[in-house]
Each structure stands twice: as C-alpha cells, then as structure tokens.
Design a protein around this ligand. Structure first.
Ligand code: ACM
Length: 523
C-alpha cells in the first residue's frame, strides 16, 4: 500500500511538474510543486510592509482578481491563513530592484520583493496564472529582468487615441512587465500636451491629425496627464514625454510662427529657429513645464531628422548672425549647437536627456544623455554611440517599429527593402546584433523598446492589430535572459495569451492562423 501511495504521489508530482506554466515574459526559474491554491471569498490580501507602502499594489491585485476570478478580496495588514501575502524583503535575496519571488502553496501565496515595482511584477505573474485557471498550480517562481528599459512608444501626434486607450495600453504593458511608456506628444500634425504659458500650442497646434488637417482639436490637459502618470506609476511604469526638436516642430510653428526655422517643400515649417535667442527661451519654458509635470528622470527631446527642414536656415538673419559669430560653416554645426543648449537646459532641470541617435555626434555629453538607436540601416550609428560611452536604448526600425507589418500577407503598413518585424524577429531581438560587443559595451545597453508610429494607424482596432501579439514577444526579449529564451516554447504559452486577448476584446493578429484574420487597413 505504502509503495502504491509513493508511486501515486510521484506520478501526481510529475503531472504537476509537467504543467506548462503560461507566464510571459518567461521567468528566470519556475519550480512546479504538487497541489493547487484556489482563492475564495475568504481569501485575504495581506500587506507585509511599513505603513501604506504596498497599499496601491494590494488594491491593484484585488482589482485583477475581481476581473479574473470574480472575487472581492479584502486588503489588510493583519496576518491570516488563506492569504495572498505581499511583502517587502527584509534581507537581501539577490532580487535586485525589480525582481520578485512568487510562492504558491496549497495554503496561500506569498510575493516578496525589494521594491514596490518588484511586488507589482510578482502580482502580474500571479494575475496571468489566475487568468488561465481559478485553480492556481503550486509553484515557486524566482524572477528578475534582463534589461532595465522595457519600453513601448506611442505616437499621438499623427493620430490621437485619448486617455481611455492610453489606460488600456498601460495596463497591457504592465501585464507584460514593460516599464517605460515613451509618449511621442509633438510632431508635424498635432501638438498634444497642454503648456499653460503657451495656450496656442494646443488650441491651434492641437488641431488636425495625419489623415485630416481639419480634425477637431485634441490634446491632453495637464490634469489628465497627471492622472495617467499616477495610473502608470502604480503599475511600475514611468511615463517619459517627448517634445521633438529642432525638427518635427510643424504643429508648434502653426501656433507660434515667430519661432519657426522654416522647412522644405516636402516638410514646410518643420524646424524651430536655432539662431533666435527668444526661441531658446520659449523652448526652455516648454521643457520647464514638461519637466515639472512628469516625475520621469528622463526627458526626450527628439533630435531626429532636422535635415528634412533646415533648408531655410541660411536665409534667416538670426541663424546667419549666430553662425558667423560661432564661426560655423555647416548647418549641422548649428543643429548640434541647438542640441547642446537644449540638453544643458534639461540637465539644469535635473533630468537626463534622451535623444534619437542623430544626437550622438553633436557634443551632448554621455553623462547627460541617453541615445535611442533607431536607424537600423546605420549600424555604425550604434557603434558610435557605444564608442563615445553613451548609454543606449535599442529600437531599430526592424524589428522594433510596430507600424511595420508583422506578416508577409499584410498589405497596410511599412516595410524596409521588403524587411519587417514579424513575431520571431521581435522575439529573437537583440541577439545577433549585440553579440559582437564586449561586456562593457553590452552593459551600456539599457534595454529595448517598440515604437508605434501612427501615420497609418488611425483606429484603435488597427492600433491593437499592430501591437498584439508582438508586444508579448517584445516583453520576453526585454525581460528574459538569452539562455532562457525558446521561441517554440514561447509560442505554446502565447496560445493561452491569445485567449486572454479575446476575453479583453482586443483585435489581435493571430500568428497561428494568419489568412483567417482580417487586416484593418490604415488611412
Ligand atoms: C524616427 O523614426 N524619426 C525617430
């Protein structure tokens, strides 16, 4: 009898161990155990931390379990049995600033981390397990990320989606432990952030979008932005604003033409005036309000593609005078001067600048700025940024621009010499690209980011179609160590996530049945 019991237990143990957990991104280690924990109406969420430290994390978990299991769980600081305990570690357990332990036993659950955001990541793993089944298999998860920067950028200048969609996107980023929301708020078609000192930026510059220059004024008030930042913070996400300059300034120049540096036939009124002192004061005011609004330690000032619209600079008296005074002979020299001055403003505001990779050679110091490498066709630009000692975020067009198609059958969306970012390519990133760099240079790479530009994304349906499920592959590429990545096995886990997308009503691309999914076309 005893032998039969042992064999039976061993078989049960094997079955439990054979359970394929469905967490994306894949954790560092998962040890499956026998049995399961089924939260019920009596289960409590217990906070083991000082005062209110984990209060919002507890409320977040309660909200998730209401959604996935229909339970209204109480949050308390009194230890009880049948509990999901959220705890801040009292001793070093090698989890770093974002890691967590998740222990699920038949009696309850415990999540331990060094920080609130570590606890929140443990909550996301538990949430995914609860979404998959109300009987949560017992297991012990130990987890921490590969990269500190796990970003997603949304362009709301080309098309404006509004707060409700941003909240949804932030929650889905949190689901995947993405932690940086890069918000592209200004560009050619529209200016989307309220700046109190210059109200015409939104009342005039907020009018129109990429597909309709007469579209009604759309922008975020500072009050709305504060709420979005708070919502993101609770989910472990920092919101990083981008105010693009000296190029991509068309919407701002409609509002305040006195600061325009002109443009080209193709890109009229594209730049700010890099010669005019009043323009530096105006941009300093804008950055000062932006810096005060966003707690983010980073402020993105663009810096890309100024040459699209610098053609009129030689004929502007202020530019001529300044170039003469500084003994500049080339337009790129005054562009670099502009970048240095604005990066110094951002430094004086107590923030670190982020710029697109064009800023690498402009004399902005590696101690004050981070470079986003986006020109995948210019690998030397990445080499240069690393050689100069910059910290770098990788978001090359292929495979990180999510306005590129994600399947060969797709008609609407970008390709670059037939190349695009399908699911396997996003998953495999940045392997291959970074292998040639030594350890010091690899350590300069802060992480990776997807960018959803929206010239061809007008509707939410298409936003979702371009984002899902690539966002899951991005998350695993950013979080999971290279040695632990396995595309075939990722696909198995992804299948259960597609069911969750369907429950949420997301219009996702199904990579397992591409011809069956109707592609929403862009404008
Ligand atoms: C960019 O795509 N112009 C950064």
């Amino acid at each position: 009898m005893k032998r039969v019991m042992i064999i039976l237990l061993a078989v049960l143990g094997f079955c439990a161990a054979g359970f394929a957990q469905t967490i994306i991104p894949k954790p560092e280690t998962v040890v499956m155990k026998t049995g399961k924990f089924t939260p019920n109406a009596e289960t409590k969420i217990v906070l083991l931390a000082q005062a209110d430290q984990l209060k919002s994390a507890g409320d977040l978990l309660a909200g998730y379990l209401k959604e996935s299991l229909g339970l209204n769980l109480t949050v308390t600081r009194k230890p009880v049995a049948n509990a999901i305990v959220l705890a801040l570690a009292t001793k070093d357990m090698g989890l770093g600033s974002e890691g967590y332990l998740l222990d699920i036993t038949t009696g309850g659950v415990k999540i331990t981390a060094n920080s609130e955001c570590g606890v929140v990541y443990g909550i996301q793993s538990l949430r995914q397990l609860a979404d998959a089944s109300k009987d949560i298999p017992c297991m012990s998860v130990r987890d921490k990320p590969r990269y500190g920067w796990r970003g997603f950028m949304l362009d709301e200048s080309r098309h404006f989606f509004g707060a409700a969609e941003v909240y949804k996107l932030l929650d889905r980023m949190a689901f995947y432990k993405l932690n940086r929301f890069h918000w592209h708020l200004t560009d050619m078609p529209g200016w989307r952030i309220e700046i109190k000192k210059y109200p015409k930026l939104t009342s005039v510059g907020g009018k129109g979008c990429d597909s309709d220059k007469n579209a009604p004024v759309k922008f975020y008030t500072q009050a709305e932005i504060k709420k979005i930042i708070a919502y993101a913070r609770i989910r472990g996400i920092v919101v990083v604003p981008e105010i693009d300059m000296p190029g991509h300034a068309t919407a701002a120049n409609r509002a305040y033409p006195e600061h325009s540096g002109g443009g080209s036939k193709r890109h009229p009124e594209f730049t700010f005036n890099p010669g005019k002192e009043a323009t530096y004061e105006y941009l300093t005011d804008i950055l000062t309000e932006t810096a005060a609004l966003f707690p983010s330690p980073w402020l993105h000032f663009g810096g890309d593609e100024a040459h699209y619209g610098n053609q009129q600079w030689p004929s502007l008296p202020e530019v001529q005078t300044r170039m003469k005074k500084l003994k500049y002979t080339k337009l790129v020299e005054i562009e670099h001067y502009f970048n240095r001055r604005m990066a110094d403003v951002i430094s004086s505001l107590g923030k670190t600048t982020i710029g697109w990779d064009e800023v690498t050679g402009s004399g902005v110091k590696p101690s004050q700025a981070i470079v986003m490498w986006w020109r995948h066709n210019k690998p030397k630009a990445l080499d240069a940024a690393l050689d100069k000692g910059f910290k770098v975020i990788l978001c090359p067009r292929v495979p990180c621009y999510f306005d590129f198609v994600q399947h060969s059958s797709h008609k609407s969306g970008r390709r670059w010499k037939k190349k695009f970012g399908d699911l396997p390519k996003v998953y495999a990133f940045p392997e291959g690209l970074i292998d040639k760099y030594d350890g010091k240079k690899q350590a300069q790479i802060m992480g990776i980011q997807a960018c959803l530009w929206t010239e061809k994304v007008k509707e939410v349906k298409r936003l979702e179609f371009m984002t899902f499920p690539r966002i899951a592959a991005l998350a695993e590429a950013a979080w999971t160590q290279k040695s632990n990545k396995d595309y075939a096995e990722f696909q198995t886990r992804l299948r259960s996530h597609l069911k969750q997308y369907a429950k949420w009503g997301i219009y996702y691309f199904d990579p397992f049945a591409p011809p069956l999914v109707k592609e929403p076309v862009g404008p």
